[in-house]
Design a protein around this ligand. Structure first.
Ligand SMILES: Nc1nc2c(c(=O)[nH]1)N[C@H]1C(S)=C(S)[C@@H](COP(=O)(O)O)O[C@H]1N2
Ligand SMILES: [Mo]
Length: 320
């Protein structure tokens, strides 16, 4: 069921902006002599860092607990200050630098094997889908893990908006290319832009999710604003951040890490504690903020929902 909800920018401004900032902005706008007309352009003001996220009013979304609510939840501070986002740097402390990413305006280009290629703005996309919150496990191939509340919508809803041809077999998503803001993109040893994909039956599985929010708010830039993939039964690197293109194809795509090092990272990348990485064991993991390692679960604990996707793919390297 599709429900047209009010966009952030349709709400009275005071409802989405902390009062202090609301007043400040009014003063600022008045000082600039722009008056009421400028107040009607929160998207532009947001792009200049002067307004709340225009989608802020959509969060928090109602929680869907159909796939469980794993515990303990990782602290927001941990999940938003320990990140992998190589475009901004190869260590885990890129969160400050990632604030330079401008997430409005933000356009997603849809192409490949679709009825008709098109572009859609993030806020128009948000108006077409039903947002919900899901608490998912996340398991990085490096063996750290977390449990966080994403808000967003099933990948299937994105597919419905895109209208792929029946002959499409894979969905491919790419991160923004913008070396002026993402300095590591100048390092040509990496196959930028960051690219990931899912087989269509994986994409249509209800567990596959597009996150646009985190901890009941618009998703943080360091976590992949304004939209990122979340496939919780796979290693974290599948979860491509800050998506600007969605393509459909009948050829298996080669993803970023696979292109870089195919002996260590593959396309399927399903979590399996019994299949070690060539350089380390995958048997256990360290939750962010904890000092103890815990056992890693097959398909990261989601086998009952996704194992069936792979019964006819036994010949493939499903776990790397
Ligand atoms: N564009 C892009 N997406 C990315 C990455 C990246 O470096 N660039 N890192 C991946 C990896 S390895 C992980 S574990 C997760 C980390 O997500 P988080 O920082 O929100 O925890 O993002 C994934 N998506
Ligand atoms: Mo990762």
């Amino acid at each position: 069921m599709l429900i047209k909800r009010k966009q952030g920018w349709e709400l009275p401004e005071a409802a989405v902006t902390p009062e202090g900032r609301y007043l400040q902005r009014r003063e600022l706008v008045r000082a600039m002599g722009l008056g009421a007309a400028a107040l009607a352009l929160p998207g532009a003001a947001f792009a200049q860092g002067k307004a709340a996220d225009p989608s802020a009013g959509l969060y928090p979304a109602k929680r869907n607990d159909k796939y469980g609510v794993p515990t303990p939840m990782t602290a927001e501070k941990q999940a938003t200050t320990y990140n992998n986002f190589y475009e901004f740097g190869t260590d885990k402390s890129i969160w400050r630098d990632a604030q330079k990413l401008e997430v409005r305006p933000w356009t997603i280009k849809v192409g490949g094997m679709v009825e008709k290629p098109f572009e859609i703005g993030i806020d128009d996309l948000l108006a077409k889908v039903q947002l919900e919150e899901r608490v998912y496990r996340h398991r990085c191939v490096e063996t750290w893990s977390m449990i966080v509340p994403w808000s967003g919508f099933p990948v299937r809803s994105l597919v419905d908006v895109c209208k792929p041809l029946g002959s499409a077999k894979f969905i491919v998503m790419k991160t923004l290319s913008k070396p002026s803001v993402m300095p590591e993109q100048r390092d040509l040893l990496y196959p930028w832009p960051y690219t990931e994909g899912l087989a269509m039956d994986e994409a249509m599985n209800d567990l596959a999710f597009i996150a646009t929010g985190l901890y009941g708010k618009p998703i943080h830039k360091q976590n992949g604003a304004p939209l990122r993939l979340v496939a919780p039964w796979k290693y974290g690197f599948k979860n491509v951040k800050s998506i600007v293109s969605v393509d459909f194809t009948d050829k298996k795509p080669v993803s970023f890490w696979e292109k870089l090092q195919s002996s260590e990272y593959g396309f399927w990348a399903n979590v399996n504690p019994q299949v070690p990485h060539p350089r380390w064991s995958q048997a256990t993991e360290k939750p962010l903020g904890s000092n103890e390692r815990i056992p890693t679960l097959l398909y990261n604990g989601y086998a009952e929902f996704v194992a069936g996707l792979y019964t006819d793919r036994k010949a493939e390297k499903l776990f790397m």
